[in-house]
Design a protein around this ligand. Sequence first.
Ligand SMILES: [Zn+2]
Length: 1059
Amino acid sequence: MPAAAHVVSQNANPLETYGNFDLVKRFKLDFADIHVSKWKSRTSGLSVVHLDYDAPLVNGYFVVGTEIFNDSGCPHTLEHLVFMGSEKYPYKGIIDHLANRGFSNGTNAWTDTDHTAYTVSTAGEQGFLQLLPIYVDHILYPTLTKAGFVTEVHHIDGKGQDSGVVYSEMQGRENTSGDLMALRMQRLMNPPGSAYRSETGGLMEALRVLTVEQIRDYHHTYYVPHNLTLIVTGKLASGTASLLDVVQNQVEPSIVEHGQNKGPRPEGWKRPFVETPSADRKPLKTTLKETVEFPEKDESVGELQLGFLGPPPTAFLERKAIDILGLYLTSSAVAPLNKEYVEIENPMCTYIYFSEDTRATYVDLPVYVGSVPTEHLDTFDEKLKASLKRIADDGFDMDRMAMVIGRDERQLRSKLESSQGDTFSGNVITDSLYGSEDGKDLAPSMDEINMYTELKKWTSDQWAALLRKYYVDPPCIVVRGKPSGEMADRLDREEKARIAAQRERLGPAGIAECERLLEEAKKEHDKEIPTEILKSFPVPDVRSIAWIPVQSVQEKHGQKGRAPVIQSNNTELAKHIEQDGVPLPFFVQYDHVKSDFVTVHAYFSLEKVPARLRPLVSVYLSAFFSLPVKRSTGELLSHEEVVHRLDSDTVSYEVAVGVNGLFNDAIRVSIKVETGMYETAIQWLKDLVYGVQFDKERLAVNIAKIQQSLPEMKRDGDTVLGSVNSELLYDETYVPRMGSVVPMIDFIPKLAQQLQESPADVIKDLEEIRSCFTDPAGVRISVNGNILSLKEPRSTWARHFGKALPESELAHYRLASDMLSPVGKRPVKKAVVVNLPTIESAFVTHTAKGIQGWSHPEYPVLRVAIEVLNATESYLWRYIRGSGLAYGAHCSLDLEAGFISFTLYRSSNSIQAFKQAASVIKGLTDGSISLDETVLDAAKSSIVFGVAKSVSTPGRAALMSFVNQGLKGVSQNYNIELLEKYAHITKEDVIAALKKYFLPLFDSSTSVAVAVTAPGKADEVSEEFSKIGFEVERRTLQVEADELSGSDSEEDSDSDESR
Ligand SMILES: [Zn+2]
């Protein structure tokens, strides 16, 4: 029986229409309360899909199929230009100002190889429906001006250097190992004439010669109503009708005016990919292997990609089976390929990952292999293929397979509970590109729960046949990514030479002309958005948002009351807890929400762990779930049994420091299970913490894995920035600092050596860490999920933890502000400039003193001020991203540490970006830039979305309740209560806060800075920092890991032509 038969309670009447729209398909999923309907306009060919379910957020995905046969980057550049204004709303960024007013955090978009999706989420439906026609006007009728192209795509700046938002973005990507290898793979997998070969993002070389006319032509061909699908997920008060009304009455008339009312299939239209030469994909004839170099001074490890051709995109069951097969092979430390390649003393790689890319005719099945020692790079694919053949020959471990299927199903159910219909937005996007036009593929593509039922019946032979069919027997493409120090130097040299030649070609007059064009373009964008347009877009009422109710009860130990605290909304839960035995001697908070699951979190304070052991904490955590365990029952489990049983019993498990970046002086162990497995989760928690056996061999494997992943980590500008910044601001007791990449480069090889020479000492240290963090005073437990359905919510804890956690006074957790370095305590004058050869742009953070504490009275005004600066299309965006100086720029507030910071992400000109930010904030404070009331309104509305989103699922709402009461010591609904305070913040309040807290960020006498930059830019950045008054320290991260002990080596400044 075809899988489709299960899923639908079909009631599609083929004649059903709504105005211009015909119903293509309607169904309800049989395993979730989600109603799906797909409609198509007879007039314009526009498609509308609504996934209808109860939820506080409404999401939109507006999808265009974007086929292109070159690397010009038209699809991606067009994506950016859509936000620069439309026919009816010809103002740059107006769409985001309006989105923010409508309880959103702005719009967003992405461009893949085969489509561009425009997205927006709002709290409640009002803002969404108001915004929809305006958004579609931008997509179908953007202004596409020359000025927009100049700033947003590409220009040459006053120094003769190439810049622009898209240009900077691609500069940050193009020469990374991932992009270089992916592009090579695309070229090898697809024949000439296929659009799947194209870099839709645009290669830098192509972007430098691209014109706005080319983009306009591209838009004219592909951005047509019959190639656009509006996907909406969430609740609309009057159902799908309200959506169709808006489209029919406010979108279609404009389409008709433009003469685009030519129906679903105008003369000559070919559906992208499906009806073009791109669909002509044939099985590979022979195996092809190629090596791609990428710039990296550390040549110790490379990467690998294998490309296989899969089944047709509509073979849903087979695709799901292939997905499960990948999990069987690689999903944990005891998966067959991990055991063979990763979990060994000299790992052959740090991960193997099976993926899928949807394509016409056949899907692609790429396999990614990370951090392969260079000496194994050329032979790895043969070994891997031999292993896959052996696994197929030996047959499958059907116990493991049952576990993998069961676990994947639980995870899907858990995702369905939190994301609901949004879980399937990807399926609908894919269907709009590749699905049958009569809608018959849509329901089967979502029928995942029933696919599990089918797959549970498969035999070992069937799985082996699947493995052979797609991965063992057919030829494949192998792309090896090889690190090359020489290439890093060459790229640097070539880029400098290219810029020099460009300057020469342009001459001073030419460069001046470029600068004039840029200034003119910026001026055009500065055209004020008329206030009346903004004000005509009503701000919805906060009271229209339906918050998810959480019942909360806390048992405090120590002398302060032990009985549950009765609050107005928790009577039922309090009673339920009280009837279950005596109060517990330790701290537990129960947060009840409607759910099929329950999660137990245990927090253990690290306060007692001595400083010398703190670098070891992250190693402990990385080995946490892959060590042997002695259970409370006396049973001894090997690490393989631990992983297998945990995977069988749980939905998910995790160990980390802190929660959401806060409370990093505590370890958190979290286990999520179906409610029926509550006691099992508590048992595991107990045994994993107290019963772990520090086995030398297993530790060696874990340490070797970390060591091998370090080179890949230190290639990433953002990761290195975080690490160096942490070293600057925090002392050596701050665990996130000690566990970050830069100190690890030094620490891990020494630890590996120590483990070989004196394993007992390492094990003793780990035992000591455990005995420190299990001190009863530092333990806090949080239970969240469906607690009312648990028979023994309280006594189960007494049974398993009663002895381990005797009554004691509850200790406070140390905060980040207790662990500052001398520079962190007094952040002035110091700047660190790190030279990183693997990046071509810059990542920068400036930090100054802010406010400390969650209930600080100035928090509401600072929160609004930050939103005023950061909001999409607001000041920082306009002046920095809008001028093409960086891909991202934002300010942030750290209430725990007491810092305020300004961060630049992928900046092509970080000094200019810094100066711009400084002048904007100065301008706002001295009145030379006016702060409009509408900006303030938009900022406040945007905060509403942020708060709504943070509690938009049962899991998030329950977690927030715990973090607020159990850790921060504020009220349960603190975040929601603050909304009222934000509403009263005035323009004058914001300006005063900018003056007091944000101006110091741009003054070297009151701030510090860390910049991680491409080698070619390090000199200039250092000099400019010195000029502003910073004392600059230069660092470089490029030599082999084991030579790195003296990592502060001064960089010799070579010829400096960038001045
Ligand atoms: Zn982009």
